[in-house]
Design a protein around this ligand. Structure first.
Ligand code: ATP
Ligand code: IP8
Length: 273
């Protein structure tokens, strides 16, 4: 149960819809709308309270990389492209929120750059009021990786994985599901090695070992937040907060529904201890 001041509500499950699943990562600004609708339907069918955080995929990473927006805004064209990136993320959030609405849920879309401000790329301010009140009222908050304002350098890129990590700790959640375009964590990048083996059950020390090894890499697509390696680094503090983590393939029909209802069939499942 989540205690928000004087009320307790059922603990939501955090679901990260990876940018590699909800967008065509190699086609700029193209969303995979059918997949988004199916994933929304799986969330609704599970009847579990969730918070949705989605990735940027091809709506964000290409622009962020080209104009170096992770490192700040100094030149006039960077300020303009920051605005462009922000509006692209609004568009993707709208597509995800509308799909959730269309399957009967009550999405509450939140613009992360309006509630998070960073300092040198690290979260410095987080205004939690709207998020907590939305949860209290039974809405499904929808957030995402975003281009955010930064007190020191003007702008930075806040990954959806970092938001997940913050929310898991802050809300004391018990389960986080990362929906990606691979079955889970492998002993090497499955997109580059056909003999890669899926690691089904892991514990916190295994994650620490994998981060130090070369077996987990970035993404094969343009990704300013460092692909699966960045994801594993975000997962460590989540496990530290005693929260379970699942990484599943969003391209596999029913995988999200199954893991939401607790039938862990396909994927990598990481327990805090
Ligand atoms: P986004 O961060 O845009 O939301 P995402 O959450 O879907 O995207 P990515 O950051 O693209 O996920 O990371 C998934 C990618 O990581 C896979 O497509 C795969 O190519 C790559 N990868 C590298 N090493 C591994 C590994 N050992 N196991 C699994 N995937 C790996
Ligand atoms: O796709 C990155 O978020 P992520 C956000 O969740 C932008 O890593 C705008 C590139």
């Amino acid at each position: 149960m989540l205690n928000t001041t004087n009320e307790t509500i059922e603990l939501p499950i955090l679901v990260k819809l990876g940018g590699s699943v909800i967008t065509e990562k190699d086609k700029e600004f193209v969303a995979r709308e059918e997949t988004i609708r199916r994933l929304a339907d799986e969330i609704a069918s599970s009847q579990k309270p969730v918070i949705v955080v989605h990735g940027a995929g091809s709506f964000g990473h290409g622009v962020a990389a080209k104009y170096e927006l992770s490192y700040g805004t100094r030149e006039p064209h960077q300020f303009r492209m920051f605005s462009f990136l922000r509006t692209q993320m609004d568009e993707l959030r709208l597509l995800v929120s509308r799909a959730l609405f269309d399957v009967g849920l009550r999405p509450f879309p939140i613009q992360p750059s309006a509630i998070f401000i960073t300092m040198n790329g690290e979260v410095f301010q987080f205004d939690d009021h709207a998020l907590l009140h939305a949860l209290r009222l039974g809405y499904t908050p929808v957030l995402h990786g975003d281009a955010v304002l930064d007190y020191a350098q003007g702008s930075s890129i806040l990954s959806g994985d970092t938001i997940i990590q913050l929310l898991a700790k802050f809300l004391g959640l018990e389960k986080v599901i990362f929906v990606s375009d691979v079955e889970g964590i492998y002993d090497k990048d499955p997109k580059l090695h056909s003999d890669a083996e899926l690691l089904r059950n892991l514990k916190l020390p295994d994650v620490m070992r994998l981060i130090k090894s070369d077996s987990v890499g970035g993404s094969t697509y343009k990704d300013v937040t460092r692909g699966m390696k960045g994801k594993l680094e975000s997962i460590l503090p989540i496990l530290d907060a005693h929260c379970e983590v699942a990484i599943i393939n969003g391209n596999r029909d029913g995988a999200l529904y199954n893991v939401l209802i607790g039938a862990d069939e396909h994927g990598t499942f990481i327990s805090p201890r």
